[in-house]
Design a protein around this ligand. Structure first.
Ligand SMILES: O=c1[nH]c(=O)c2[nH]c(=O)[nH]c2[nH]1
Length: 292
């Protein structure tokens, strides 16, 4: 019996990059990113003997992110993720595979008296995501959203579930349904109108959440994923993680009051966590190292 080095990777996580595009002295556009890079390849020597000759310092990766952002506009985050992911295996012989994850935080122009302010911003809701892998088995891209909180104040039921002596949950034919959407969708190719695909997927997810009369969050999850795939041929697979943000009706009987679905306690934990994948049955497989 021996002890060996197993799978490993390393990189710089959470490089915070704010890129200001100055159309003129006062009219700006901003991009606010959180970039993480992970490389794998010939890394046995550093682990086994501390020989760092094949190790590109993570500090250099940080520098590359900032330098690439200066060279030319970052563009859509999928584009930037691909540009970075392709660079590392091409530029450094010991690097076989690069994984890049990017979160983009939205900033909305503040409504000023004269209209949208040219350079003052307020942080928007939700985060956009892109991930790319580039290695010997190919290149793939995934896009997504996270922290988009949605709620329906009716149009949601939950009943007919398995019951035993531990069951206390009452079946309901009308409840509040709320979740914070984390969604990922995998592209079949590496070229697309990323902005348009993103806007469409985001809108479709929200429309499907709103439009599905829910008998379970699981059913809503499938409907959301199915709707995104039905609208975009260039997507192979949608993965969703939906925390069930429970809203409990408050018992007002002690105060001599009824509560016909008006006063709720919004619990933050524990929460049900509903996760699932919706995919085309003929979809090519995802690369194992794709950073979802
Ligand atoms: O939509 C739901 N799915 C569940 O699996 C579940 N479990 C639970 O307690 N409430 C709910 N709601």
């Amino acid at each position: 019996m021996g002890i060996v080095l197993g799978p490993n990777r390393y990189g710089k996580a959470e490089v915070r990059l704010v890129r200001v595009a100055r159309d003129d002295a006062v009219h700006h556009r901003i991009t606010d990113l959180n970039v993480s890079i992970a490389l794998s390849g010939d890394l046995a020597a550093t682990h086994l003997s501390g020989d760092n000759s094949a190790v590109l310092p993570t500090d250099t990766m940080r520098g590359i992110v900032y330098s690439f952002a200066r060279d030319r506009p970052v563009g859509e985050i999928e584009e930037f993720a691909l540009r970075l992911a392709r660079h590392f295996p091409a530029a450094y012989e010991p690097v076989h595979t690069a994984r890049v994850r990017i979160q983009a935080y939205p900033w909305d122009r503040i409504d000023a008296a004269e209209g949208p302010h040219p350079h003052a911003w307020s942080r928007g809701a939700g985060t956009r995501y892109a991930g790319a892998v580039c290695g010997p088995d190919g290149t793939q891209v995934v896009s997504g959203i996270e922290d988009v909180t949605v709620l329906k104040s009716t149009g949601s039921e939950f009943h007919g579930f398995l019951q035993d002596r531990y069951t206390t949950l009452q079946p309901t034919s009308d409840r509040v349904l709320a979740t914070s959407v984390q969604a990922r969708w995998r592209h079949t190719g590496t070229e697309a109108d990323w902005a348009d695909s993103y806007a469409q997927a985001r809108a479709t997810l929200l429309r499907a959440f709103a439009g599905t009369h829910s008998l379970a969050l699981q059913q809503t999850l499938y409907a959301m994923g199915e709707a995104v795939l039905a609208e975009q041929d260039g997507l192979a697979e949608v993965r969703l993680a939906l925390p069930n943000k429970h809203h409990f009706l408050v018992d007002l009987a002690p105060y001599g009051q009824d509560n016909p679905g008006e006063v709720y306690y919004a619990a933050d934990r524990p929460y049900g966590l509903i996760e699932g994948t919706v995919l085309r049955d003929d979809a090519p497989a995802a690369l194992p190292e794709l950073p979802w």
